[in-house]
Design a protein around this ligand. Structure first.
Ligand code: 9WN
Length: 406
């Protein structure tokens, strides 16, 4: 076995709780939604039964309204290990917000690695309900796109794209940041941002997880992943002998709404839309590159021209920078304000393959594996130096490395 693959497998084994995997033993000691999808994509090569269990465990915590919670709390982990914990959310064993819908893609990939009809048949209605929740209750803007109501829902917590909408939120006070006990403060979101996250989450909780407060945003990455997930659902339906056209039609509708609403041809990029003001947020972030996942994307050449230009220098830096390299606020070490994240690199590589960019995809894949191995499976890295940042032995970095090596 390849040494890197063996080390990655060791990380995943070390982070396995018995029915799911923690993103990190220290910083994130519970099950996270989109992490589990990426983890399953890697685990399928090592232990398909564990990959199935990972996703089954997550979906066993699905809400009646179809939402898949962003955290499923581990009952064996002390409440003070992570903030905000179950006592804050008051939603039983889960949080009340969501994360990007990469699960259908993961379920399909796991099934392809080791076909299991019962697994697929059990997950299919759950995935449908999940997507229906996003395109129903979450279509706050009325344009056929899912809106997020908290920065954590994007999976890209302190992205500069949220600065505008977040500026309307008064930071909460009187809580203890547990993340700083494990993470370096310079690599994590600021106290002010954290106060805003807590305020928004508390307001949403107090609305019975149904209201839309100050932060309502249509994110290009989230919606591209949703369209891609509907395409995966179409393949799942086909494998089950069920009609797949409705899913392809939904995917096409989301893709169309995405291009009509969030594409800016003058800039050659997709931007998030602040539903409260109706304006696009002006920051170029890695989320705007994720629509590359969509196969029939007419604007793909223009998008790629921006990605390979000075703002992201795709192919000439490590991974995919989370923020515009030329922006005054670019910070190579701070979370989603500059560093390259492995899941984004892995998704962009898929997008490059869809659009025939094989050489660039191969280069990106090799760089991701090299960086992961060299940094001890860091959470994210400096795009300019390749230096690791954040926690180490991070599960999705290890899992996606296994997938790239397969
Ligand atoms: C809040 C678990 C998660 C990832 C997110 C990443 C980070 C949490 C945090 O960690 O967010 O959900 O505490 O900062 O931004 O993408 O899913 O790995």
């Amino acid at each position: 076995m390849n040494v890197t693959r063996e080390q990655a497998a060791g990380v995943l084994a070390g982070n396995w709780l018995g029915t799911s995997t923690v993103p990190s033993r220290s910083l994130y000691p519970h099950q996270w939604s989109w992490d589990s999808a990426f983890i399953a994509i890697g685990l399928r090569h090592l232990a398909p039964a564990r990959a199935r269990r990972e996703l089954q465990t997550l979906f066993s915590a699905q809400w009646r309204d179809g939402r898949v919670p962003h955290i499923v709390f581990d009952p064996g982990t002390p409440p003070e290990a992570y903030f905000p914990g179950p006592g804050f959310w008051r939603a039983g064993r889960t949080s009340g917000i969501v994360q990007p819908p990469v699960h259908a893609r993961a379920v399909l990939a796991v099934h392809q690695a080791e076909p299991d009809h019962a697994f697929l048949a059990a997950l299919y209605p759950k995935l449908r309900a999940w997507h229906e929740y996003l395109l129903g209750a979450r279509d706050a803007g009325g344009r056929g796109l899912a809106a997020i109501v908290h920065p954590w829902e994007s999976g890209m917590d302190n992205s500069p794209a949220w600065d505008g909408p977040l500026s309307r939120v008064t930071p909460a006070a009187g809580f203890v940041r547990r993340d700083l006990e494990h993470g370096c403060a310079a690599d994590r979101p600021s106290d002010e941002d954290y106060g805003r996250y807590v305020r928004l989450a508390a307001d949403y909780r107090d609305s019975g997880y149904a209201g839309t407060g100050g932060f309502v945003v249509e994110d290009p990455g989230f919606n591209a992943l949703l369209a891609d997930a509907e395409l995966a659902l179409a393949e799942i339906a086909e494998a089950l002998g069920l009609p797949s056209d409705p899913h392809r039609e939904t995917a096409a509708r989301v893709a169309k709404a995405l291009q009509e609403t969030l594409w800016d041809s003058a800039s050659g990029w997709f931007f998030a839309r602040d539903v409260r003001t109706g304006s696009l947020t002006p920051q170029y972030t890695c989320s705007g590159l994720l629509p590359l996942l969509l196969p029939d994307l007419a604007v793909a050449p223009a998008l790629l021209a921006t990605a390979t230009g000075p703002r992201f220098r795709l192919g000439r830096v490590h991974g995919v920078p989370s923020h515009d390299l030329t922006a005054p606020g670019f910070d190579p070490g701070r979370y989603w304000r500059g560093p390259s994240w492995f899941n984004v690199g892995w998704l962009v590589r898929q997008g490059l393959l869809h659009h025939g960019e094989h050489a660039l995809a191969a280069q990106l894949g090799e760089d991701l594996v090299e960086t992961a191995a060299r940094t001890g499976f860091a959470e994210y890295c400096d795009p300019l130096t390749g230096q690791g940042h954040g926690t180490r032995e991070f599960s999705w970095t290890a899992a996606l490395t296994v997938d790239l090596l397969a």
